[in-house]
Design a protein around this ligand. Structure first.
Ligand SMILES: *Cc1c(COP(=O)(O)O)cnc(C)c1O
Length: 346
């Protein structure tokens, strides 16, 4: 093995992305323009929506904010899990809604749907954590924002995630499944009025009306990179599946979806999360780092969005999990090295 550290995550950026960025730079037009529009259209095609039903934005956090804005969430109760990215809480606070925190269901990284129903909240933001999709067809009387930041390409009964609720959001941050050059996001909806509202919000400048808006635009430079990445996504996803399978074959116990009756859940392998008791997990991370393998706690207990003792399932998962490297650029040699070191330590 080489002596350089194996990072926990790494974006897969190559010559095609370089060429796309160069094309935009040389065109003399780098702000939101034709590339953004093309990215939106290609994204619609990927999801299975007609043109015009996706709006590209600055990042996933602003996508959530704009989804909440379109649903007129100000002053309403918005539920979301404690075990997720802090951006959900930020967006809910910025819109002026009331947060309602919910635990995850045991043995999964996803929100407890029964507990969610019992909150009586007006709106729910539901993330598919680690690429493991959650079927929301039984959720009634609540408006859903599906957070697909970690699940681009996952599907439920053959339909892409993002279409189960009122609005779907995606992130193209550097470490997500694809990146539009470090930051980026997308909002989708089957509802023309809602997606038009989101687009109207984005076009903040030179408006006759006096409505307050913030600048959450994506640039053509970002979109051009995102378009290349979206084309490569199937290759990225199959390489991730290969790595996940190899980890499983070698005996590692990775967090996975639990099958549901009559529902076909197709995950994407965004994260390879090893479950292990809390003492060993910290120890293991340190020992792996010493062996030049960067593993992390996917979400630390202090990162949970609510008081620990009220959300026991989230606390357990935070304490008993390790996220292993899983990304397309990981070589077979590196994978075998990681497996051998873990099996040695276990
Ligand atoms: C990354 C992420 C976000 C936020 O996306 P940004 O593009 O980083 O703002 C929101 N939700 C989840 C589940 C995420 O993983």
């Amino acid at each position: 093995m080489s002596t350089t550290e194996i990072p926990h995550n790494k974006p897969t950026l190559g010559i095609e992305e370089e060429q796309a960025a160069l094309r935009v730079i040389r065109s003399g037009w780098v702000a939101q323009g034709h590339e953004v529009e093309a990215f939106e259209n290609e994204f619609c095609e990927f999801i299975g929506l007609p043109r015009g039903y996706a709006v590209a934005v600055a990042n996933g956090t602003s996508a959530i904010f704009m989804a909440l804005w379109a649903l007129q969430a100000q002053g309403k109760r918005v539920a979301f899990p404690v075990y997720t990215c802090s951006s959900l809480r930020h967006a809910v606070a910025m819109i002026g809604a009331i947060e309602q925190l919910v635990d995850i269901s045991p043995g999964t990284p996803n929100i407890d749907l029964q507990a969610l129903s019992q909150t009586g909240a007006d709106i729910a933001i539901v993330p598919h954590m680690f690429g493991l999709p959650l079927c929301l067809s039984n959720l009634k009387d609540i408006e859903i924002i599906e957070d697909c930041a970690q699940a681009l390409g996952a599907s439920i009964n053959g339909a892409a995630v993002g279409l189960q609720g009122k609005i779907g959001i995606f992130s193209f941050y550097a470490t997500k499944l694809i990146t539009s050059g470090g930051q980026g996001g997308m909002v989708i909806s089957k509802d023309k009025a809602l997606i038009d509202t989101v687009r109207d919000y984005r076009e903040f400048d030179c408006r006759q009306d006096q409505n307050k808006r913030f600048n959450f635009k994506m640039t053509d430079l970002q979109a051009a990179i995102g378009r290349v990445q979206l084309r490569k996504l199937p290759i990225f996803l199959s390489r991730r599946v290969e790595i996940f399978k190899r980890y499983i074959q070698s005996g590692l116990k990775l967090l996975d979806i639990t099958s549901e009756l009559n529902i076909q859940l197709c995950p994407v392998r965004y994260r390879a999360v090893l479950q292990i008791n809390s003492y060993s997990s910290r120890n293991m991370i340190e020992l792996l780092n010493f062996r030049k393998i960067k593993a992390i706690v996917p979400l630390e207990d202090w990162e949970l969005l609510g008081k620990n003792n009220l959300f026991p399932n989230a606390l357990t998962l935070a304490k008993e999990s390790i996220s292993l490297p899983i990304y397309p650029l990981l070589t077979d040699e590196e994978i075998e090295y990681i497996i051998s070191q873990i099996n040695f330590l276990l």
